[in-house]
Design a protein around this ligand. Sequence first.
Ligand SMILES: Cc1cc2nc3c(=O)[nH]c(=O)nc-3n(C[C@H](O)[C@H](O)[C@H](O)COP(=O)(O)OP(=O)(O)OC[C@H]3O[C@@H](n4cnc5c(N)ncnc54)[C@H](O)[C@@H]3O)c2cc1C
Length: 486
Amino acid sequence: MTEVEPGVSGGRPRIMWFRRDLRLGDLPALVRAAEGAGGVVGLFVADPMLLSQSARSRRLAAAVEALDRSMAGALLVRAGDPASVVGEVAAEVGATEVHISADCAPYGRRRDADVAAALDRGGRRLVATGSSYAISPGRVTKADGTPYRVFTPFYRAWRDHGWPPPPGSPVGPDRPIGSPPDVPEVGWIRLPGLGSAGLLRHVAHLDCPEPTTGPEGVGEAAALRRWADFCSGDLADYATLRDRADLAGTSRLSAHLRFGEIHPRTLLRDLSRFGDAPGAEAFRREIAFREFYADVLWHHPRSATSSLDRRFDDHMVYRNGPTADADFEAWCEGRTGFPFVDAGMRQLLYEGWMHNRVRMVVASFLVKDLHLPWWRGARWFMSRLRDGDLASNAAGWQWTAGCGTDAAPFHRIFNPVSQGKRFDPDGDYVRRYVPELRGLPGSAAHEPWLHPLLAPDYPPRIVDHAAERLAALDRHRQMRTAAEDS
Ligand SMILES: Cc1cc2nc3c(=O)[nH]c(=O)nc-3n(C[C@H](O)[C@H](O)[C@H](O)COP(=O)(O)OP(=O)(O)OC[C@H]3O[C@@H](n4cnc5c(N)ncnc54)[C@H](O)[C@@H]3O)c2cc1C
C-alpha cells in the first residue's frame, strides 16, 4: 500500500466510499477506483440515519475501525448527510469519480440517488460496481422478466446464472481458503477527519449493552479466518447439524456478510471445491436464501415493514393494549415461561445473535401464541441483532408469520416445547442462557412445570400453547373470510 499527495501522481484522485463493503479484498469497486493514477481517498460517512440505537451500530463502528486499521489509519471518516459530505470531500481533493458497491436496500437506494444527483450538479459521477451479493438483486428473473416468488425455482435459476470469480484472486485449488485478501496496490490519500476512533466515541453513548463482537470477531481478517475454520470443520456436517441450537455448527458469518467483511462470491468460489457434498450444497442454499430475500426486497421495498400478503395487514386482528404490551415485554426479556423461547431471547440480549432455528421458533411464538404483529418483533430484532439485515429479517419474519413470498403455511405452528426437545435434545442450550433452569437435568429443562421444585425461580408460562394455537387458526380463518367479503 502506498500513500500519495492529492494530485501529485498526475491523474485526479478517486474516492472509494465504503458502506456495506468494509473490506479490501474481493472488492471490484476498489479495483476500479485504484485504476486511476491520482490515488484513492477511502471514505466512510457517519450517516446519522445509520447510527441508530442498535447493536448493529456498535458492530458497524467496530467494523469501520477494523477497516481503518487494515488501511494503516488512512480511512477518512466524516460525519453528516452523505448527500453533502461526499460532494464536499470530492471537491476538497478535486475528484470527479466516487466509487461504490451498489446498496440494494430501500434507504441505500434513495440515499445513493440523492448523492448521485448532488455529485452530478458539481460535474462529478457516482460509479457503482458490484453489490453485496453474488448476483445483484433484480438480475435473476423468470423467462418473462418477472421476479421469482418461490425460492426453489429462484435457486435453480440463480445457480444457472452463475457469478464471476473474485477479482484479482487466482481461482484454483492452490489458493488456500482464508488466505489474506488480494489487496490491489492502492495509493491512499490521507485527509483530516473524525478517525474511526471518533466514530466509536460517537456511538459509545448508545443505550445498548451488547458486546460489539461475538465469538466470530470483527473485520476482514477475522471473517476469512472464521470461514477457513468452518470449511475445515463444521461444513462437513452442516446439512445434518445446522438446526441444532446446542451445537456451534453454523458458520457465524452473518455479521461479517452484513457489513461486507467477506463477500458471498468468495464463499461460493471456495464451496465449489467441495462440489455437491451435502454440507456444501446446504450452505450454498443458505447463501442463496440471503440473495433471494434481497431480491424480494428489491422488487417490493414496502415488504420491509408491510406484509407481502396484504390480507394480513388489512384484515388480521392483532392484540394490543396493556396486557399485549406486557406479554411483548416478557417475550423481549426472555420471561415467557417457555425455555426454548426464553433461551433464544436471552441469547439475543446477551450476544446480539440468535440461532436460526430459534429465530423461527421465537418469531412463531410472538405471532401465533401471543397474537402480536410480526413487525413488532422484527423491529426488536433489528434493534438487537448485530447481523440485523432488513431483507433477511423482514423475510424471515414474514415467512414465519405466513404472510411473505414463499411463506410457510399459517397453520404450521411451531410447538415451542417439542422444537426445544428436538433441536436441543439434552437441554444444554436452554441451561446455557437461562440460569434458573440449571437444576434440571437433560431434556427435563424443556418442561420445568413438571419439576417445579427444581426450578423455583423460573417464571410460569404466560400462555397455554394448545389454546393459543387454536386461537391463531381461528384468527386466520376470520381474516380469510373478512378478505373474501371485502
Ligand atoms: C425471524 C428471522 C429473522 C432473521 N433475521 C436475520 C437478519 O436480520 N440478518 C441475517 O443475516 N439473517 C437473518 N435471519 C436468517 C438466519 O437466522 C441468520 O442468517 C443465521 O442464523 C446467521 O447465522 P450463521 O451465519 O451462523 O448462519 P449459517 O447457517 O452459517 O448460514 C450462512 C449464511 O447464510 C445466510 N443465511 C442462513 N440462513 C438464512 C436465512 N434463513 N435467510 C437468509 N439468509 C440466511 C446468512 O448470511 C448466514 O450467515 C433471520 C431468520 C429468521 C427466521
